[in-house]
Design a binder for this molecule. Structure first.
Ligand SMILES: NC(=O)c1ccc[n+]([C@@H]2O[C@H](COP(=O)([O-])OP(=O)(O)OC[C@H]3O[C@@H](n4cnc5c(N)ncnc54)[C@H](O)[C@@H]3O)[C@@H](O)[C@H]2O)c1
Length: 352
């Protein structure tokens, strides 16, 4: 029996109601999932979102919610600094965890989260939401079917002309965020490229980080800002392939918002990119067949993509593996750590 037909059987709590409100809305589309409690330190936000989605049980902190409630799944959508401690507390309370990206502040914290999940025998998923689009999943099907042949190079990026999160907030403070656009935006594009490439094992990384534009803007506003405004990295994998990543909140490019991921393979190449500087995407594949070159644009995807939340609930109910695992999140954090370290030390960094 498809367990989705069952009456609500999974009790869910959502912590942090900025991005968390989208988790809430997505869970509510699943007939077997019920968001029974929400938490946010901002009382006005807590009331507004809990009222809007009709959630009766409300807490000012995630910690209090975990103590009071008996939950099956907890979504963690707080500022990055709190992902690890809240996820670990949720595992101790016997919950599965869907954690926002970036998984944690660094790889060491990510390892703590995986250890806690293993000790509890619970699942950990990271909300790498850019996989969960029709275009991304259609491309993944083609790569997995071997249409590109061997993938030996990829380039993945997310640039903004001027899209620095509000100055004075947590995004621009390293002690709360762990970093700037690389850990915020780059993490999505990095995961997407790695996932399409089959998560090859990274060996070494060369990276750099800059802060010429946002730091000047912050100074003008008298605001604190101690993260990069752009970072770049080259990653070499054990299989010989390489990946280039670029991410910025402020760069002198034409586009207001520019996301693009390209894979170069022996039989074909692909691109997934946003259109009209928006959050709409398109997918194309380029092939050589019998000496002729073909361009294929995705018209109709083979399957509609579920949201990460619906996928997580289904995986738990049907006892099937879930995507975007903690282990993949850890690998992303190891690469991010190495890019920041390489930027700081001015040399390539080996990943053990
Ligand atoms: N997947 C995506 O596309 C996507 C998009 C945006 C943000 N995010 C991620 O979501 C997370 C939150 O980002 P945001 O933009 O919503 O930030 P935000 O600052 O708007 O919201 C975070 C909320 O968490 C609350 N909070 C902090 N500590 C708490 C605690 N201990 N208990 C309860 N509530 C607590 C704050 O009061 C705040 O309302 C970040 O990790 C961010 O990277 C992901």
């Amino acid at each position: 029996m498809d367990k989705r037909d069952a009456t609500p059987s999974l009790r869910i709590g959502v912590i942090g109601l900025g991005m968390g409100r989208h988790h809430l809305a997505a869970y509510q589309t699943h007939p077997a999932a019920e968001v029974v409690a929400v938490a946010d330190m901002d009382q006005a936000r807590l009331t507004e979102i809990a009222d809007k989605y009709g959630v009766a049980r409300r807490y000012l902190t995630g910690e209090e919610m975990l103590e009071q409630e008996s939950l099956d799944i907890v979504s963690v959508a707080t500022p990055n600094k709190f992902h690890m401690p809240i996820a670990v507390a949720a595992f101790k309370a016997g919950c599965h965890v869907l954690c926002e990206k970036p998984m944690a502040m660094n790889a060491a914290e990510a390892r703590q989260m995986i250890a806690a999940a293993q000790a509890a025998g619970k699942r950990l998923m990271i909300n790498f939401s850019y996989r969960f689009s029709d275009q991304s999943m259609a491309l993944k099907d083609q790569v997995d079917a071997g249409v590109l042949g061997d993938v030996y190079f990829a380039r993945t990026l997310w640039h903004r002309r001027r899209g620095v999160p509000k100055f004075g907030g947590w995004f621009g403070q390293k002690e709360l965020s762990g970093g700037g656009p690389l850990i915020d935006l780059g993490v999505h594009r990095l995961d997407l490229a790695l996932w399409l490439m089959g998560y090859p094992k990274p060996v070494w990384v060369l990276g750099n980080a800059y802060n010429p534009i946002a730091s000047a803007m912050a100074r003008e506003q008298g605001a604190r800002y101690d993260v990069e405004d752009m970072a770049v990295g080259m990653i070499r994998f054990e299989n010989g392939a390489m990946l280039e990543i670029e991410a910025s909140w402020a760069a002198n490019v034409k586009e207001r918002e520019w996301m693009e991921t390209r894979l170069f393979g022996t039989q074909g190449g692909l691109v997934q990119r946003n259109t009209e500087e928006t959050y709409k995407f398109e997918a194309e594949i380029y092939l050589e067949r019998n000496g002729a070159h073909y361009d294929m644009a995705l018209h109709q995807p083979s399957r509609p993509a579920p949201s990460a939340m619906v996928h997580f609930v289904d995986s738990i109910l049907n006892d099937t593996p879930h995507m975007a695992t903690g282990e993949e999140g850890l690998l992303v954090m190891e690469i991010l750590d190495a890019i920041y370290k390489s930027a700081q030390e001015g040399r390539p960094v080996q990943i053990a």
